[in-house]
Design a protein around this ligand. Structure first.
Ligand code: GDG
Length: 739
């Protein structure tokens, strides 16, 4: 259960407020809206109250109130559970933001209806503007210790905006709709794509309904930003973010026990009386193209066609809840549904029987539960659905264990409801067959299927869902904190600079790529900028300093970058060393012709993995995969390592080095650590600093004595004493030394 250790107060940011506001004589009255998220949070607030522990303060909910913007005097409203914070958007902005970017672009695109997506620059600007207004409201109201829980696709930029203004805030983000595959996501213009990914990465924890959506997101992070991800941890410049699956649950007990409520029992009696012994198939959805309404009718029609023995014995009650029906696309869809219903009813009706009862309206909670309960078949067949709570609610309401759920494999819910009849919603033959199977299923089989699903839904309900989300957020916060211990804070910086000043003989080992310069698509273009070069120069001017540039680069490249500067250069991970003006020395005697056995294999992998290329150095050959699809390159990397292992078994002096998006094969036992030791031999230093960003620098960190200030650039696990988030932070530190 939720405890105080998780957070002091819950602040929800979601587009829609859970209330409509009605002006009464006694003031503004808040009336609850319907919808999945609202039900979840409200159920959650009930728990806080019930268990008496946890949040003592009211939940704060910031969102748009349907009728608040018309009323300039509308301010915060309190009710039993909530402090309601209306965010006001001018109508024109809201149209472009919500009607435009959210519902004409993100909703269709993320539901794989890319041809319905409208790409409009004004929409995006409005999306940024609206997210920033939400940000202003939330920043004004949050207190230390709050847990800010951002919901859904309307607010994907908000986490980063909040993070910038309140860096240590605890922020969770939950996406209620699918996150599509990268092939779909990449249809967004690059700037929008980057803004969305970076916006989401402002959160500490990002939740999705299914593992698939999580994987799609991580792939999009990698492809859009190149940020390093290990499993579901994402190493951004200044913190680690977790992405994970949290399939939303329902308030199982509320639905299950409602079936025995007097009003529901009465409603059930009324329905049964009208059914006259016919079996009932039921569906309820918002009017939306993602719900597969027409295809469902087609499936039912095929059923009527193929199984005439069921005529007059079954009725399909299709309830469509009004939504966006002033918009042309929805208006047309509604018309088409109605004409299809008319056509099917016209074709099959008799004086005593109508095969479809179509209703375009909302149901009361009692009516809804009664319908779930008396139905023999729940026919829930969306073309795409983040989760679909209706499927779960239908199962929860089967108190007599006589219903069968047919659910689309395109709904997130299908992943948890394995015992349902799972179908492809476009295959009307399979849908027809499933309807027959459901109607004819033996009671014992129905019971087995239902009991298993009911057990799962009652165990993993909306409270466990929320609790898991908070638990995981606490976990990732702890992980960030333990990593933060290694970050160079002001006190550490002061200590390093003091030690530096007090020292009489200093040595500084600086890696090149990722440490003094940012990565470039093409290694030859990653030349050193004026600023870091100037810092290096200033460091070399102090006679107490010995500056070593220690890199995997070849000698020629390093010489070009540090021409005329009094530094020691270590090239090819220690294969070559050049002390000041002296000539290059090979630290190692290498076997002739060793490359002949390795080169053909690496060339083969260039051919097998687009975007990769080879860099041949004197002492090694490197296979660069920075510009390839990251997942595909990982796969090839494993295969390549397997192939190379075969050779290495026979040639014991071959070694594989893994750097940042590069695999290197070398012949001989040398590394940056050994080079550093060689440079420190017969000399003593009272200040040692080493900085590097990848695995090859770990040899250096390990080789240096404990007193050394070893610094890993980036957040990856390291033996280094400290981490800095990115190379610009390291430059600031070096600047502080020479200041
Ligand atoms: C989004 C995602 C995801 C519906 N009609 C009536 C009514 N409802 C209630 C149902 C259910 C909810 O609304 C609908 O939930 P869904 O999950 O089907 O869909 P969305 O609201 O679009 O939700 C979806 C969800 O977020 C949660 O994360 O599952 O995939 O699109 O609770 O009971 N309730 C009443 N009368 C109705 O006529 N009383």
């Amino acid at each position: 259960m939720i405890t105080e250790t998780h957070f002091k107060r819950l602040v929800i940011a979601a587009y829609r407020l859970p209330f409509q506001f009605i002006q009464t004589k006694k003031g503004v009255k808040a009336v609850q809206n319907s919808g999945g998220l609202v039900s979840a949070i409200l159920s959650l607030s009930e728990t806080f109250k019930k268990n008496g522990s946890g949040v003592k303060q009211k939940i704060v909910w910031a969102g748009i109130a349907d009728n608040s913007s018309d009323n300039p005097s509308f301010v915060d409203v309190e009710n039993e559970h909530f402090t309601i914070k209306p965010v006001k958007l001018p109508q024109e902005l809201n149209d472009l933001y919500y009607g435009g970017f959210c519902n004409d672009l993100i909703w269709p695109l993320f539901h794989y209806f890319s041809s319905y997506s409208v790409f409009n620059n004004d929409y995006f600007k409005a999306y940024e503007e609206a997210n920033s207004r939400f940000c202003d409201e939330i920043v004004a109201l949050i207190q230390p210790g709050d847990f800010i829980w951002v919901h859904d696709y309307q607010l994907l930029l908000l986490p980063e905006m909040l993070r910038k203004r309140v860096p240590d805030a605890t922020i969770g983000l939950f996406l209620h709709i699918p996150f599509p595959s990268f092939e779909i996501f990449r249809l967004l213009p690059r700037h929008w794509r980057e803004s969305i990914i970076n916006g989401m990465l402002g959160a500490d924890l990002i939740g999705f309904h299914t593992h698939d959506y999580t994987q799609h997101f991580i792939k999009s992070v990698k492809r859009t930003t190149g940020i390093e991800c290990h499993q579901n941890l994402i190493y951004t410049a200044n913190k680690v973010v977790k992405a994970d699956a949290f399939p939303i649950g329902i308030d199982y007990d509320k639905f299950h026990s409602a079936c025995l409520n007097i009003k529901v029992l009465a409603a059930k009696q009324r329905i049964l009386k009208n059914l006259l012994g016919q079996k009932l198939i039921f569906s309820v959805d918002r009017l939306d193209y993602s719900k597969g309404l027409l295809l469902r009718l087609q499936g039912y029609e095929t059923f009527l066609e193929n199984f005439p023995e069921w005529h007059s014995r079954v009725v399909f009650n299709m309830v469509v809840v009004p939504s966006r029906d002033t918009i042309d696309k929805y208006k047309e869809m509604k018309k088409e549904i109605e004409s299809t219903v008319g056509r099917i009813n016209g074709k099959y009706s008799t004086l005593a029987w109508r095969p479809i009862i179509y209703q375009y309206k909302s149901l009361s909670f009692d009516e809804l539960v009664a319908l779930y309960d008396v139905s023999d078949v729940g026919l829930i067949t969306p073309l795409r659905d983040g989760m679909n709570l209706v499927a779960k609610e239908f199962v929860a309401c089967q108190v007599e264990n006589k219903g069968v759920l047919i659910v689309s494999e395109m709904a997130g819910a299908a992943a948890e409801l394995n015992e349902a009849l799972i179908i492809n919603p476009v295959d009307h033959f399979v849908m027809a067959e499933a309807i027959r199977t459901a109607l004819e299923m033996e009671p014992a089989e129905k019971l087995v299927r239902l009991e298993r699903m009911q057990r799962r839904l009652s165990n993993y309900n909306v409270f466990t869902w929320a609790d898991d989300f908070f638990e995981e957020t606490s976990g990732i916060k702890r992980q960030q904190l333990s990593m933060n211990v290694k970050f160079i804070n002001d006190a550490i910086l002061l200590k390093i600079t003091e030690d530096y000043r007090n020292a009489s003989r200093r040595i500084l080992f600086l890696d090149y790529d990722g440490t003094l310069v940012a990565f470039n698509k093409y290694p030859e273009l990653a030349v050193i900028d004026k600023k870091p070069l100037e810092i290096v120069k200033r460091l070399t001017r102090d006679p107490r300093n010995r500056i070593v540039i220690i890199s995997g680069r070849n000698k020629e490249f390093l010489e070009r970058q540090f021409n005329q500067i009094d530094v020691t250069l270590v090239a090819e991970h220690g294969y070559f060393i050049k002390r000041g003006n002296e000539l290059w020395e090979a630290a190692f005697d290498q076997e002739a012709n060793w490359k002949e056995s390795v080169m053909p294999i690496l060339l083969e992998y260039v051919r097998r993995c687009n975007g990769t290329f080879i860099e041949e150095k004197t002492g090694s050959i490197a296979w660069h995969y920075r510009n390839a699809d990251s997942d595909f390159a990982q796969l090839r990397l494993h295969e390549l390592k397997d192939d190379l292992a075969e050779i290495i078994r026979h040639k014991t002096d071959f070694e594989i080095l893994e750097g940042n998006k590069v695999l290197e094969v070398k012949c001989g036992k040398y590394d940056k650590g050994q080079a550093a030791n060689a440079l420190m031999l017969n000399d003593s230093f009272d200040f040692i600093l080493a900085a590097g960003d990848d695995k090859t620098d770990e040899f250096l960190f390990k080789a240096l004595p404990d007193v050394a200030n070893t610094i890993r650039v980036g957040l990856s696990p390291s033996v280094a004493k400290y981490n800095v988030s990115e190379f610009s932070v390291l430059l600031k530190l070096l600047e502080a030394l020479v200041a």
